[in-house]
Design a protein. Structure first.
Length: 189
């Protein structure tokens, strides 16, 4: 993946209520506390950060917008409410050289669930990636996470299948639902 393409894919995005900022080390101070809320981990397999310094170091690695092997673009956004500047969560996507987002993910902190922020952020990120030439986007959610499934359907994704044993939550193997958004070519005259 070329650096300039990765930077374009991960550029900042604005919506009427949200700012999707290019995420990096500077966001660790704002995210560290909310990343210790238990409700968040009901559905995501990410581990709670052990230390603020560790989170900073980890997020410093994503600032290049490229995976360590240079094969994938990492588009990662901190979701911030425009009205008051409060950070609400994160959206990210791993994009390969074929311009497929092989893994789109997101989380919104528990205090902001049910207010449409996830749908707005995921829709904005999806539209941005499509505008940059991404042709196919794939997201997975743990079976039973109906709210996240609704978010993806509202953002134009379609349920495709269940992936048995696709992830691990709190040490337990779980099934995921796969959702896909494909850009269909216009019919030729």
């Amino acid at each position: 993946m070329q650096q300039h393409i990765a930077l374009q894919l991960g550029a900042a995005i604005q919506t009427p209520r949200l700012s999707l900022e290019v995420m990096g080390e500077r966001h660790a101070d704002f995210f560290f506390g909310p990343l210790h809320e238990d409700p968040l981990y009901q559905w995501i397999s990410t581990e709670k950060p052990a230390s603020l310094q560790g989170l900073r170091a980890h997020w410093r690695k994503i600032e290049s917008r490229l995976s360590p092997d240079g094969q994938m673009a990492w588009a990662t956004w901190a979701v911030r409410r425009a009205a008051d500047g409060v950070y609400l969560g994160r959206v990210d996507a791993e994009i390969n050289d074929a311009l497929e987002a092989v893994n789109l993910g997101y989380y919104i902190f528990h205090a902001y669930w049910g207010q449409g922020y996830a749908t707005e952020a995921v829709t904005a990120a999806t539209r941005h990636l499509i505008a940059q030439g991404v042709q196919r986007l794939v997201a997975t959610v743990t079976v039973g996470n109906t709210a996240s499934g609704r978010v993806l359907r509202k953002a134009g994704y379609e349920f495709t299948r269940v992936l048995p044993g696709n992830d691990t939550l709190r040490g337990v193997l779980v099934d995921d639902e796969e959702y896909v958004r494909s850009v269909r070519s216009a019919p030729k005259p």
